[in-house]
Design a protein around this ligand. Structure first.
Ligand SMILES: Nc1ncnc2c1ncn2[C@@H]1O[C@H](COP(=O)(O)OP(=O)(O)O)[C@@H](O)[C@H]1O
Ligand SMILES: [Mg+2]
Length: 548
């Protein structure tokens, strides 16, 4: 993957250093502010800090916008406040002028715009950090939407990747070890971000979703027009109706307290729409193990007859068999209000063994949380609050959630928030129960009892728990070559925390650069010791801060 991205632009050291300084100047102050206010949940100071980080990411461009998008799906790493704020990264941006849009489409599709399209709306449907969406009619008559990647996004990433690559060389020299090679992290990160910036990845995901949802008549997924799609332009079928965002705006305008009260050009039933969203999502999670993990209200379109379309496949979750089983067990324990089973599953996530006393405390805490969630309607007691408590209890007891399960948790809490905005008077549990039960029946034979499911699947999980050990043993035998492959995708826990380190180190090296400029030591005989020692010191200090 390395150099093929950079064939066109090689940036000079001066350009990279200046980018480096810029990144640090943007990131250090808001992250420090965040660090000092993160222990005061919901405080004004924390809100300000996360907003500043979001603005810094936005101003830093492509790499950080994608990074922010990824971190927005990881409240376990960055906390719920920052993860929520980072979602706004994708909100409205200044639109690109039509002249530029026309130029990009023509260059990418190698044909004049008026040969490709019968009509092309000058005013965009939406403008966001990654792309701008325009409605158009193909010369063959189909109504489509064309998403065009923001100018400069790719170049910015290219430059940052060159910078990171240079840094990884230094970092591997300074702190790299056989177990942690920044070169590999860099490679994984660059492959991930390049594939994310390639709209064909989104097109392929849309095709998979379309295929998986084909038998559910009330779920729509746009079709990708591959002839009109490149890495920077993606063309999909237009889905009529209204995004949930537009419906919520309308509710606010009409001061409607629930979705059933709002007057739209077509009538909808809030409860049925919510059930359709949940049914589609659960089919993706339970059957396909490949699910839409960004249920932002702008990514769901509601049509007549309460049909629902899933659009925008920027963040998706993939579950392996063990994660899938754990998810089933967690959700069964949740809807059955069964703290004992919940504890069994959670403990199976951990490599540590638990004392009787610890289990008792965990039981009390889980039972309390479960009781709350079973008590009230959406809005008064939120499923997302329950999930946040579960995650923080897990952290306290070193219970690790895999990235697939984190995405499940996050996505299910998005459903809760949608149901709340719909104004539904039902408990979150009762809302998800019917779909959950029917999917579980699909997954297991009707004759199997809950106890059998638990016993058998916990055995499966136990078997899964030994896997990392055997992989580690294998690694010992085969050496470093295997490392990259067994690490899996960047969305896994290990890589993400390594990504934190990467960011941290970017910051620490630039910090050194700054200090070299202002301190007289830069000219002294201790310069070399300082150059190595200071980044190391910062590495450990910032490392501690991020992990605390
Ligand atoms: N297939 C579609 N049909 C109708 N509207 C669409 C379609 N795709 C996108 N849009 C509109 O464009 C907006 C942004 O599209 P999306 O694919 O979510 O891009 P982004 O990656 O910028 O979030 C959506 O919220 C919706 O209003
Ligand atoms: Mg979107």
């Amino acid at each position: 993957m390395d150099n093929e991205f950079f064939s066109e632009n090689e940036y000079s050291t001066l350009q990279l250093v200046s980018r480096f300084r810029y990144i640090c100047a943007k990131l250090i102050p808001p992250f420090l502010h965040f660090h000092f206010s993160r222990h005061k949940p919901r405080s004004l100071s924390l809100q300000e800090a996360v907003k500043k980080i979001r603005i810094a990411f936005q101003e830093l461009g492509g790499t950080f916008i994608k990074l922010g998008q990824m971190l927005s799906a990881r409240p376990d790493i960055v906390g719920p406040e920052l993860s929520d704020e980072l979602r706004n990264l994708l909100d409205k941006q200044a639109s690109m002028p039509f002249k530029i849009i026309k130029n990009i489409v023509e260059v990418e599709l190698k044909t004049p715009l008026n040969h490709l399209f019968k009509s092309f709306d000058v005013v965009p449907l939406s403008t966001a950090s990654i792309g701008q969406v325009h409605k158009a009619v193909l010369s063959t008559g189909e109504i489509v939407v064309v998403k065009i990647q923001r100018v400069g996004l790719f170049k910015q990433v290219e430059k940052d990747l060159q910078l990171f690559k240079k840094l990884t060389v230094i970092l591997d020299l300074l702190v790299g070890s056989k177990g942690l090679r920044f070169e590999y992290l860099y490679k994984e990160f660059s492959e991930w971000i390049m594939s994310e910036l390639d709209f064909r990845t989104e097109g392929r995901r849309a095709d998979t979703f379309k295929h998986n949802m084909k038998d559910i008549h009330y779920i729509m997924v746009p079709q990708t027009y591959w002839q009109y799609t490149t890495s920077k332009v993606i063309t999909s079928s237009f889905i009529s109706g209204m995004t949930l965002n537009a419906i919520f705006d309308e509710m606010r305008k009409q001061k409607a307290l629930s979705i059933d009260e709002v007057k739209l050009s077509f009538s909808i039933d809030g409860m049925i729409v919510a059930q359709h969203i949940i049914a589609g999502l659960f089919k993706q999670m339970f059957v396909d193990k490949f699910f839409h993990a960004d249920l932002h209200p702008a990514n769901l379109i509601v049509q007549k007859d309460n049909k629902v379309a899933f659009i925008d496949f920027g963040i998706i979750g993939i579950l392996d068999t063990v994660e899938h089983t754990k998810m089933l067990l967690l959700l069964i324990s949740l809807i059955e209000n069964d703290p004992q089973s919940l504890i069994k599953v959670m403990i199976s996530f951990s490599a540590e063994s638990f004392t009787k006393e610890q289990k008792k405390t965990l039981y009390q805490q889980f039972a309390r949380e479960l009781h709350k969630i079973h008590g009230g309607v959406v809005g008064t007691v939120s499923l997302s609050h329950f999930i946040t408590s579960l995650l923080s209890l897990s952290k306290k007891y070193s219970i690790t959630w895999s990235s697939g399960l984190i995405l499940v948790a996050k996505t299910i809490s998005q459903i809760d928030s949608i149901a709340f905005q719909f104004g539904l008077k039902i408990s979150a549990i009762e809302l998800i129960r019917p779909q959950l039960e029917s999917q579980i029946t699909e997954c297991f034979s009707k004759k199997v009892t809950k106890e059998m499911i638990f016993r058998e699947t916990l055995e499966l999980i136990e078997a899964g728990k030994h896997l990392p050990e055997s992989v580690a043993e294998l690694e010992e035998l085969v050496g470093d070559d295997l490392k990259l492959h067994v690490d899996g995708g960047l969305m896994n826990q290990k890589s993400l925390s390594s990504l934190d380190i990467m960011l941290m180190l970017v910051v620490s090296i630039v910090g050194t650069y700054f200090l070299m400029q202002i301190l007289p030591i830069a000219e002294s005989q201790y310069k070399n010791i300082f150059m190595i020692g200071f980044p190391l010191l910062l590495y450990f200090v910032i490392g501690r801060i991020i992990r605390s």
